[in-house]
Design a protein around this ligand. Structure first.
Ligand SMILES: [Cu+2]
Length: 261
């Protein structure tokens, strides 16, 4: 006697075959999930209850280079704004032995998560023929508002590799320029075609986890979901360093870097 289970599966197989012949194009289950995967894999939502933080200090080791004074005496419109001598910001070693103007960001580990672009612009000002700030970060697509606070003409000229290059003149009193960089890029140098000493660097990332070190030489990347991250620290003269940091739910971990002078 043929077991009834066998008969049942035989019957079901026949039904499926018939359904297939009847033109009802129902793909097998595995195939369906496979083909839907790329589009349907939504970025895992970030649970605010379990987010953590990566903090760190960017130390400088070695002999700090002597400050380099910027000579702009030939341009009165630049000097009259600056009551004090102006020094290059290429290397700024803080009093506590840390390094300023280091761009620190999550290089890897966020998977396919997407993040909203902040509606507030990031502001860069040209004042005393110096860019303020010298190093800044943006989310890809976020607006960059460029001010000219000087009584002289500037020519803003970003030189990206991944984004579109442009250069635009901004006369004194002109309204702020609003620009954006749609693609992530570490880092975009910005120069002024009129004043050769003017330099700034813009870091463009696709998420909000970045920071620029100030006079404390420290950084903090808050609101990170638990995970394993690659953190990169970039400096315009000393290059890049990276390290892996794993944070568990609600954990704070340190990622310190030391740049060699
Ligand atoms: Cu200029």
């Amino acid at each position: 006697m043929i077991p009834s289970k066998f008969l049942l599966s035989f019957f079901l197989a026949g039904m499926i075959a018939l359904a297939g012949c009847g033109g009802q194009q129902t793909p097998p289950a595995e195939q369906a999930s496979e083909s839907a995967a790329p589009a349907a894999a939504p970025s895992a939502p970030i649970d605010p209850a379990t987010v953590g933080e990566i903090t760190g200090k960017i130390s400088f080791q070695g002999q700090a280079p002597a400050p380099v004074r910027i000579r702009m005496d030939a341009v009165p419109a630049c000097t009259e704004t600056n009551k004090e001598p102006v020094f290059s910001e290429e290397v700024v070693v803080n009093d506590n032995g840390t390094l300023r103007n280091v761009f620190v960001y999550v290089k890897d580990g966020l998977g396919d998560r997407t993040f909203p672009v902040p509606s507030e612009p990031v502001v860069i000002d040209q004042k005393g023929c110096v860019y303020h700030p010298h190093v800044l970060g943006l989310v890809a697509g976020q607006k960059l508002a460029i001010k000219n606070s000087d009584p002289t003409n500037h020519n803003v000229h970003p030189m990206p590799a991944q984004n579109r290059e442009w250069n635009k003149s901004q006369p004194p009193g002109a309204p702020d320029m609003e620009e954006q960089f749609p693609r992530p890029e570490i880092m975009i140098p910005v120069k002024c075609n009129v004043h050769p000493w003017m330099k700034a660097f813009v870091g463009v990332v696709r998420h909000p986890f970045f920071a620029v070190t100030d006079q404390t030489g420290t950084f903090s990347l808050k609101g990170l979901p638990p995970g394993e991250y690659t953190i990169e620290a970039w400096h315009e003269k000393y290059g890049t360093m990276e390290q892996k940091v794993t944070i568990g739910p609600s954990e704070t971990k340190a990622a310190d870097f030391t740049f060699q002078g």
